[in-house]
Write a protein of this length. Structure first.
Length: 333
């Protein structure tokens, strides 16, 4: 079954933990026309075409209690961003994306409804990133950035609500980094905010971002694209490999949308089999170049973006790390 970001499920997971806490911050835009409203009071909105005081970056201060850098206590593990407003204001199909720091939460297609007429309010757009072992590159004790981007059509926003959830990490002691790509091709397609690369396989190359004296223990990936480019396929199998080791594979059921249209996006698919390598990820080049390989079968998909999440453990010294690797090799946990 396709592992999309299922908001109700993730919230239920948080609610089931006695240690879980949620903190919400609200950012209301202003400067709209004094006789007009979009999901709020008159004038309390702004549009990306220049009406009002529109902004696309929002500084979200870490609301969690003080957490020492070496802490293995509660971590930020769930971020929900809800956008209230009216979308696709110029009668074109549009796309809206939200990133939290460098983590892409999701990309949604928006379709014109009331052309952002005064008093109109489209259904809320809800973006979520749930990471049981801690949100990648989260800035504890400081500011985190929510970035709102759109393509092909302008939007009007009343407010953005950001909820940060915290709880005990699934794997205490692990930290994480994110690496992301936007893929492009010579086509005119716009796929999940990228230009879209249509293929049965593609690669993202990157240089190891882990700090010194660290080993990579776990990897996960989010793929953003349109996955049903053949009318004869009932489903699509997506898979990812980091170096030559599997991250995961997932079968995506056909949603009937296909790959037709200039602006397309089926949203995010999470690839994670939760295999931990206590002796380090097999074949991973610490300090060197690495490759994430993505495959679509039996037919091609159009992939617009991808993100790779690297979970690592840092030792107190190189000597300690070398002794650990000598003892454990590439053992599974």
């Amino acid at each position: 079954m396709m592992r999309l970001f299922v908001f109700a499920l993730a919230l239920a997971v948080l609610a089931s933990s006695a240690a879980a806490s949620n903190y919400t911050q609200t950012f209301t835009l202003s400067g709209g026309l004094p006789f007009c409203s979009q999901c709020g009071s008159d004038g309390e909105y702004a549009c990306s075409n220049g009406i009002g005081q529109f902004k696309d970056d929002f500084r979200v201060m870490d609301p969690l209690p003080f957490r020492p850098l070496d802490s293995t206590g509660d971590v930020a593990n769930n971020v929900i961003v809800q956008v209230y407003g009216a979308f696709s204001c110029d009668t074109q199909i549009g796309m809206v994306e939200v990133d939290f720091n460098d983590v892409p939460l999701n990309v949604f297609i928006t379709k014109p409804t009331d052309s952002c007429a005064c008093g109109s309010c489209d259904p809320v757009l809800t973006f979520q990133g749930y990471f049981p072992s801690g949100f990648p590159d989260y800035n504890y004790g400081g500011a985190n950035i929510v970035h709102l981007s759109m393509a092909t059509s302008y939007i009007c926003v009343n407010r953005i609500e950001v909820t940060i959830g915290s709880g005990k990490p699934l794997y205490p002691g692990l930290k994480s980094k994110v690496v992301s790509w936007t893929f492009s091709s010579s086509t005119n397609y716009k796929v999940c905010q990228g230009l879209g690369y249509s293929s049965t396989s593609l690669q993202g190359r990157f240089k190891d971002p882990l700090p010194d004296n660290s080993i990579l223990v776990l990897a996960e990936s989010d793929i953003f694209g349109s996955y049903f480019c053949s009318s004869t396929s009932s489903n699509t199998a997506l898979s990812a490999r980091l170096q030559d080791t599997s991250v995961d594979s997932e079968t995506v059921q056909n949603n009937g949308k296909g790959c037709s249209g200039t602006y397309i996006c089926d949203g995010a698919v999470r690839l994670s089999n939760s295999v931990l390598y206590q002796g380090g990820w097999p074949g991973y080049n610490l300090g060197g170049d690495n490759v994430l390989s993505i495959r679509s079968s039996p037919y091609s998909s159009r992939i617009g973006k991808a993100a790779l999440y690297l979970y690592y453990y840092t030792f107190s010294s190189k000597e300690e790390m070398d002794q650990h690797l000598l003892t454990h090799g590439h053992e599974l946990v």
